[in-house]
Design a protein around this ligand. Structure first.
Ligand code: MG
Ligand code: MG
Length: 255
């Protein structure tokens, strides 16, 4: 069932979006050479406690993971691209790390992800990240009443392919509300004019992710972390957005 929120409910969700943005901004600042992924998870956990928020991840136990997750943050480094389980690893110069974070504040969930480079960047990593961000921006641009979910997926796929990347559609975006994952599914590729018709009050997470030289993935030994099949690096960009009568509102926008 697809839930449409009233403008008042969308307003009630804003603190969750602001908090998620604040935590991701802090994590990007903190991600430096020598910083351990467990320290970053602890930092996010401290911020959750201080805010009185509730983690969507710590007890998360979906069919595709070896649940419960047990951490509050996904940290996907280099050939890891999604659901990276924080582990005892100190970030090294040139690492590409993606943070994915979702919490509930006052009963409303927001979900967002950002990719960044630690220390000295490689040009191909910058291009990969920029393409996921461009794909996300193109998708948000078409997230308007009257368009369809397929238009969002199509926008993502077009940007990715134009940059020379292929798209894996096994994991994508989703409805967001009182819980982290609702309907509709928002695929990272699609046919324009197809799928669920977008309406004001629909709140969704849009989350393109790309791998440099493959669209095939495999599961890491930890039972959670999704890796590229060929060892190439991945990037992930996600925002929770609300569809309105006017422009789409990016609930998790960072300054
Ligand atoms: Mg997410
Ligand atoms: Mg998500």
């Amino acid at each position: 069932m697809i839930e449409l929120l009233t403008p008042r409910q969308v307003d009630e969700m804003r603190p969750a979006g602001r908090f998620v943005a604040e935590v991701l901004t802090r994590l990007v600042e903190a991600a430096d050479v020598g910083v351990n992924l467990l320290e970053l998870d602890a930092l996010a956990h401290d911020m959750i406690r201080a805010r009185g928020a509730e983690s969507c991840y710590i007890d998360y136990a979906p069919s595709f993971g070896r649940g419960p997750f047990g951490k509050v943050l996904c940290t996907s480094v280099n050939d890891a691209v999604l659901h990276g389980l924080p582990h005892d690893y100190a970030l090294a110069d040139g690492d590409l790390v993606s943070f994915d974070f979702a919490v509930s504040v006052d009963g409303w969930v927001c979900d967002s992800a950002v990719s960044t480079i630690v220390g000295t960047p490689r040009a191909e990593d910058q291009r990969l990240i920029r393409t996921t961000e461009d794909a996300l921006a193109a998708a948000i641009e078409v997230a308007r009443p009257g368009n369809r979910v397929g238009d969002i997926g199509h926008a993502i796929g077009e940007v990715a392919r134009a940059a020379g990347y292929s798209v894996n559609t096994q994991f994508g975006g989703h409805g967001v509300g009182r819980t982290m994952h609702g309907e509709p599914h928002v695929p990272n590729d699609g046919r324009p004019g197809r799928g669920f018709k977008l309406r004001p009050g629909l709140v969704i997470a849009i989350e393109p992710w790309l791998l440099e030289t493959t669209d095939e993935i495999k599961m890491a030994d930890d039972g959670w972390t999704i890796l590229s099949q060929d060892g190439s690096r991945g990037a992930h960009s996600e925002h929770t957005i609300a569809i309105t009568h006017g422009d789409p509102v990016v609930m998790t926008a960072r300054d």
